[in-house]
Design a protein around this ligand. Structure first.
Ligand code: NAD
Length: 261
Protein backbone atom coordinates (compact mmCIF):
# COMPACT_ATOMS: atom_id res chain seq x y z
CA UNK A 1 0.00 0.00 0.00
CA UNK A 2 1.30 3.46 -0.85
CA UNK A 3 1.92 5.90 2.00
CA UNK A 4 2.38 8.74 -0.46
CA UNK A 5 1.59 12.04 1.32
CA UNK A 6 2.09 10.53 4.79
CA UNK A 7 4.77 11.74 7.21
CA UNK A 8 6.42 9.42 9.75
CA UNK A 9 8.71 10.00 12.71
CA UNK A 10 10.82 7.04 13.90
CA UNK A 11 12.92 7.24 17.08
CA UNK A 12 16.08 5.14 17.22
CA UNK A 13 15.86 5.11 13.43
CA UNK A 14 19.54 4.99 12.50
CA UNK A 15 20.15 1.33 13.33
CA UNK A 16 18.56 -2.08 13.86
CA UNK A 17 14.75 -2.31 13.89
CA UNK A 18 14.28 1.47 13.50
CA UNK A 19 16.51 1.55 10.44
CA UNK A 20 14.56 -1.33 8.86
CA UNK A 21 11.22 0.42 9.31
CA UNK A 22 12.57 3.75 8.03
CA UNK A 23 13.56 1.85 4.87
CA UNK A 24 10.09 0.25 4.54
CA UNK A 25 8.34 3.60 5.04
CA UNK A 26 10.47 5.21 2.32
CA UNK A 27 9.78 2.25 0.02
CA UNK A 28 6.08 2.99 0.53
CA UNK A 29 6.67 6.64 -0.46
CA UNK A 30 6.21 8.18 3.02
CA UNK A 31 8.38 11.11 4.14
CA UNK A 32 10.40 10.11 7.19
CA UNK A 33 12.07 11.90 10.10
CA UNK A 34 14.76 9.53 11.37
CA UNK A 35 15.46 10.51 14.97
CA UNK A 36 18.53 9.20 16.76
CA UNK A 37 21.09 9.97 19.45
CA UNK A 38 23.97 8.78 17.28
CA UNK A 39 24.91 11.65 14.95
CA UNK A 40 27.57 9.82 12.90
CA UNK A 41 25.34 6.81 12.33
CA UNK A 42 22.33 9.00 11.54
CA UNK A 43 24.19 11.09 8.97
CA UNK A 44 25.72 8.00 7.34
CA UNK A 45 22.31 6.33 7.24
CA UNK A 46 20.65 9.43 5.73
CA UNK A 47 23.29 9.62 2.99
CA UNK A 48 22.62 5.97 2.06
CA UNK A 49 18.84 6.50 2.08
CA UNK A 50 19.13 9.69 -0.01
CA UNK A 51 21.16 7.73 -2.57
CA UNK A 52 18.48 5.02 -2.68
CA UNK A 53 15.26 7.06 -2.42
CA UNK A 54 16.30 10.54 -3.56
CA UNK A 55 16.90 13.66 -1.47
CA UNK A 56 14.06 15.37 0.37
CA UNK A 57 12.23 12.22 1.47
CA UNK A 58 14.15 11.54 4.67
CA UNK A 59 15.54 13.88 7.27
CA UNK A 60 17.87 13.00 10.14
CA UNK A 61 17.27 14.73 13.47
CA UNK A 62 19.84 14.24 16.20
CA UNK A 63 17.97 13.91 19.50
CA UNK A 64 18.24 12.11 22.82
CA UNK A 65 14.65 11.01 23.38
CA UNK A 66 15.28 11.14 27.14
CA UNK A 67 15.54 14.92 26.83
CA UNK A 68 11.89 16.02 26.87
CA UNK A 69 12.50 19.52 25.48
CA UNK A 70 14.67 18.17 22.65
CA UNK A 71 12.01 15.57 21.83
CA UNK A 72 9.33 18.28 21.70
CA UNK A 73 11.53 20.34 19.34
CA UNK A 74 12.10 17.24 17.19
CA UNK A 75 8.37 16.73 16.66
CA UNK A 76 7.94 20.42 15.82
CA UNK A 77 10.95 20.33 13.48
CA UNK A 78 9.41 17.35 11.63
CA UNK A 79 6.09 19.16 11.17
CA UNK A 80 7.91 22.35 10.10
CA UNK A 81 9.84 20.38 7.43
CA UNK A 82 7.09 18.12 6.12
CA UNK A 83 3.90 20.04 6.97
CA UNK A 84 2.14 17.54 9.23
CA UNK A 85 2.53 14.17 10.99
CA UNK A 86 0.68 10.86 10.45
CA UNK A 87 2.80 8.02 11.87
CA UNK A 88 4.94 7.93 15.02
CA UNK A 89 7.07 4.94 15.97
CA UNK A 90 8.45 5.18 19.51
CA UNK A 91 11.20 2.63 18.95
CA UNK A 92 14.40 3.91 20.65
CA UNK A 93 15.35 1.58 23.46
CA UNK A 94 18.35 0.44 25.47
CA UNK A 95 19.20 -2.45 27.70
CA UNK A 96 21.19 -1.17 30.65
CA UNK A 97 20.68 -2.74 34.05
CA UNK A 98 23.63 -0.85 35.57
CA UNK A 99 22.15 2.56 34.79
CA UNK A 100 18.63 1.23 35.25
CA UNK A 101 17.08 4.64 35.80
CA UNK A 102 18.27 5.64 32.32
CA UNK A 103 16.64 2.48 30.97
CA UNK A 104 13.32 3.54 32.50
CA UNK A 105 13.76 7.03 31.08
CA UNK A 106 14.53 5.91 27.51
CA UNK A 107 12.30 2.81 27.28
CA UNK A 108 9.23 4.02 29.17
CA UNK A 109 9.21 7.75 30.01
CA UNK A 110 10.25 8.72 26.47
CA UNK A 111 7.63 6.41 24.96
CA UNK A 112 4.97 8.11 27.09
CA UNK A 113 6.29 11.55 26.15
CA UNK A 114 6.52 10.52 22.47
CA UNK A 115 2.91 9.32 22.55
CA UNK A 116 1.66 12.58 24.10
CA UNK A 117 3.62 14.66 21.58
CA UNK A 118 2.29 12.50 18.74
CA UNK A 119 -1.25 13.14 19.95
CA UNK A 120 -0.61 16.90 20.12
CA UNK A 121 0.24 16.76 16.41
CA UNK A 122 -2.24 14.11 15.24
CA UNK A 123 -5.32 13.93 17.50
CA UNK A 124 -8.67 15.19 16.24
CA UNK A 125 -9.04 16.58 19.78
CA UNK A 126 -6.45 19.16 18.72
CA UNK A 127 -8.02 19.74 15.32
CA UNK A 128 -5.53 17.43 13.55
CA UNK A 129 -6.09 14.68 10.98
CA UNK A 130 -5.53 11.49 13.03
CA UNK A 131 -2.78 8.91 12.56
CA UNK A 132 -1.04 5.85 13.93
CA UNK A 133 1.31 5.38 16.89
CA UNK A 134 3.40 2.23 17.43
CA UNK A 135 5.16 1.80 20.77
CA UNK A 136 7.89 -0.81 20.74
CA UNK A 137 7.74 -3.26 23.61
CA UNK A 138 9.26 -6.76 23.55
CA UNK A 139 8.46 -10.43 24.15
CA UNK A 140 10.37 -9.71 27.39
CA UNK A 141 7.00 -8.34 28.53
CA UNK A 142 5.60 -11.88 28.40
CA UNK A 143 8.58 -13.75 29.83
CA UNK A 144 10.74 -13.68 32.93
CA UNK A 145 14.23 -12.47 32.15
CA UNK A 146 16.75 -12.95 34.99
CA UNK A 147 19.35 -10.94 33.07
CA UNK A 148 17.08 -7.92 32.40
CA UNK A 149 14.73 -7.12 35.31
CA UNK A 150 14.37 -3.38 34.67
CA UNK A 151 14.28 -3.77 30.86
CA UNK A 152 11.48 -6.30 31.41
CA UNK A 153 9.61 -3.87 33.67
CA UNK A 154 9.81 -1.10 31.08
CA UNK A 155 8.48 -3.35 28.34
CA UNK A 156 5.55 -4.42 30.56
CA UNK A 157 4.97 -0.71 31.19
CA UNK A 158 4.88 0.09 27.47
CA UNK A 159 2.11 -2.46 26.91
CA UNK A 160 0.00 -1.25 29.87
CA UNK A 161 0.36 2.41 28.87
CA UNK A 162 -0.32 1.72 25.20
CA UNK A 163 -3.48 -0.34 25.84
CA UNK A 164 -4.88 2.30 28.20
CA UNK A 165 -4.09 5.08 25.71
CA UNK A 166 -5.68 3.07 22.89
CA UNK A 167 -8.87 2.94 24.98
CA UNK A 168 -8.61 6.69 25.64
CA UNK A 169 -8.16 7.29 21.89
CA UNK A 170 -11.29 5.29 21.07
CA UNK A 171 -13.45 6.81 23.80
CA UNK A 172 -12.10 10.32 23.16
CA UNK A 173 -12.47 9.94 19.37
CA UNK A 174 -8.85 11.02 18.77
CA UNK A 175 -8.78 9.42 15.30
CA UNK A 176 -5.40 7.93 16.26
CA UNK A 177 -4.78 4.18 16.30
CA UNK A 178 -2.29 3.20 19.02
CA UNK A 179 -0.49 -0.17 19.06
CA UNK A 180 2.25 -2.04 20.92
CA UNK A 181 4.72 -4.26 19.10
CA UNK A 182 6.54 -7.10 20.86
CA UNK A 183 9.37 -8.74 18.96
CA UNK A 184 11.31 -11.74 20.26
CA UNK A 185 15.12 -11.70 19.78
CA UNK A 186 16.12 -9.61 16.75
CA UNK A 187 19.51 -9.57 15.08
CA UNK A 188 20.63 -6.01 15.96
CA UNK A 189 23.54 -4.47 17.92
CA UNK A 190 21.28 -4.31 21.01
CA UNK A 191 21.64 -8.08 21.41
CA UNK A 192 25.41 -7.75 21.85
CA UNK A 193 25.03 -5.23 24.66
CA UNK A 194 23.61 -7.88 27.00
CA UNK A 195 27.03 -9.56 27.18
CA UNK A 196 28.69 -6.39 28.39
CA UNK A 197 29.24 -5.78 32.11
CA UNK A 198 29.06 -2.02 31.49
CA UNK A 199 25.44 -2.50 30.45
CA UNK A 200 24.29 -5.43 32.52
CA UNK A 201 26.12 -4.86 35.82
CA UNK A 202 25.79 -7.83 38.18
CA UNK A 203 23.23 -9.51 35.91
CA UNK A 204 25.91 -10.14 33.28
CA UNK A 205 26.53 -13.48 35.02
CA UNK A 206 23.22 -14.68 33.57
CA UNK A 207 24.40 -14.13 30.00
CA UNK A 208 24.65 -17.87 29.31
CA UNK A 209 21.01 -18.21 30.27
CA UNK A 210 20.25 -15.41 27.80
CA UNK A 211 22.24 -17.14 25.05
CA UNK A 212 20.43 -20.43 25.74
CA UNK A 213 17.10 -18.61 25.31
CA UNK A 214 18.36 -17.15 22.04
CA UNK A 215 19.25 -20.55 20.63
CA UNK A 216 15.97 -22.03 21.91
CA UNK A 217 13.70 -19.30 20.51
CA UNK A 218 15.81 -18.25 17.51
CA UNK A 219 16.71 -14.78 16.22
CA UNK A 220 14.54 -12.74 13.86
CA UNK A 221 15.64 -10.36 11.10
CA UNK A 222 14.78 -6.63 11.48
CA UNK A 223 12.98 -6.74 8.10
CA UNK A 224 10.25 -8.98 9.59
CA UNK A 225 9.69 -6.50 12.42
CA UNK A 226 9.38 -3.72 9.83
CA UNK A 227 6.80 -5.87 8.00
CA UNK A 228 4.78 -6.15 11.22
CA UNK A 229 4.95 -2.39 11.72
CA UNK A 230 3.78 -1.76 8.16
CA UNK A 231 0.78 -4.02 8.80
CA UNK A 232 -0.10 -2.04 11.93
CA UNK A 233 0.14 1.19 9.94
CA UNK A 234 -1.84 0.11 6.89
CA UNK A 235 -4.56 -2.15 8.39
CA UNK A 236 -7.07 0.43 9.57
CA UNK A 237 -9.22 -2.27 11.21
CA UNK A 238 -6.54 -2.64 13.92
CA UNK A 239 -6.72 -0.48 17.03
CA UNK A 240 -5.01 -1.11 20.35
CA UNK A 241 -3.30 -4.20 18.92
CA UNK A 242 -0.56 -5.98 20.83
CA UNK A 243 1.42 -7.59 18.00
CA UNK A 244 3.91 -10.33 18.81
CA UNK A 245 6.60 -11.50 16.40
CA UNK A 246 8.39 -14.77 17.10
CA UNK A 247 10.34 -17.34 15.08
CA UNK A 248 7.82 -20.09 15.78
CA UNK A 249 4.60 -18.16 15.03
CA UNK A 250 5.77 -15.23 12.89
CA UNK A 251 3.57 -12.12 13.06
CA UNK A 252 0.56 -12.69 15.33
CA UNK A 253 -1.49 -10.95 18.03
CA UNK A 254 -1.83 -11.31 21.77
CA UNK A 255 -5.43 -11.71 22.86
CA UNK A 256 -6.78 -10.70 26.25
CA UNK A 257 -9.76 -12.11 28.14
CA UNK A 258 -12.55 -9.54 28.48
CA UNK A 259 -12.52 -7.99 31.97
CA UNK A 260 -15.01 -9.54 34.36
CA UNK A 261 -16.10 -8.28 37.77
P1 NAD B 1 19.66 -1.04 18.48
O1 NAD B 1 20.53 -0.82 19.66
O2 NAD B 1 20.17 -1.85 17.35
O3 NAD B 1 19.18 0.37 17.89
C1 NAD B 1 18.63 1.33 18.73
C2 NAD B 1 18.80 2.70 18.13
O4 NAD B 1 18.25 3.63 19.08
C3 NAD B 1 20.27 3.10 17.91
O5 NAD B 1 20.42 3.71 16.66
C4 NAD B 1 20.55 4.07 19.05
O6 NAD B 1 21.51 5.06 18.72
C5 NAD B 1 19.17 4.69 19.28
N1 NAD B 1 19.02 5.22 20.63
C6 NAD B 1 19.37 4.64 21.80
N2 NAD B 1 19.10 5.47 22.83
C7 NAD B 1 18.56 6.58 22.31
C8 NAD B 1 18.10 7.81 22.85
N3 NAD B 1 18.17 8.03 24.17
N4 NAD B 1 17.61 8.74 22.02
C9 NAD B 1 17.57 8.52 20.67
N5 NAD B 1 18.01 7.39 20.10
C10 NAD B 1 18.50 6.43 20.89
O7 NAD B 1 18.31 -1.65 19.07
P2 NAD B 1 17.13 -2.46 18.35
O8 NAD B 1 17.36 -3.90 18.62
O9 NAD B 1 16.91 -2.01 16.98
O10 NAD B 1 15.93 -2.02 19.30
C11 NAD B 1 14.90 -1.15 18.91
C12 NAD B 1 13.74 -1.37 19.85
O11 NAD B 1 13.30 -2.72 19.78
C13 NAD B 1 14.08 -1.12 21.33
O12 NAD B 1 13.00 -0.49 21.97
C14 NAD B 1 14.27 -2.53 21.87
O13 NAD B 1 14.04 -2.61 23.25
C15 NAD B 1 13.23 -3.28 21.07
N6 NAD B 1 13.46 -4.72 20.97
C16 NAD B 1 14.64 -5.21 20.52
C17 NAD B 1 14.81 -6.59 20.46
C18 NAD B 1 16.10 -7.22 19.99
O14 NAD B 1 16.30 -8.42 20.25
N7 NAD B 1 16.97 -6.52 19.30
C19 NAD B 1 13.77 -7.46 20.85
C20 NAD B 1 12.58 -6.90 21.29
C21 NAD B 1 12.42 -5.53 21.36
Amino acid sequence: MSLNGKVALVTGGAQGIGRAVVQSLLQSSAKVAMVDLNKDLGEECKAQLDAEFGEGNCTFIECDVANGDALRDTFQNTVDQFGHLDIVINNAGITNEKDWEKTIQVNLTSVIKGTYLALEHMSKENGKQGGTIINVSSMAAFMHSPHQPVYTATKHGVIGFTRAMADAAIQGDYGVRIHALCPAFVDTPLLQSVEDEDNMGKFVKFKDDFKRSMSKFGVLQPSLIAEGMMRLITDTSLHGAVMKITCSKGIHFHTYEPMSA
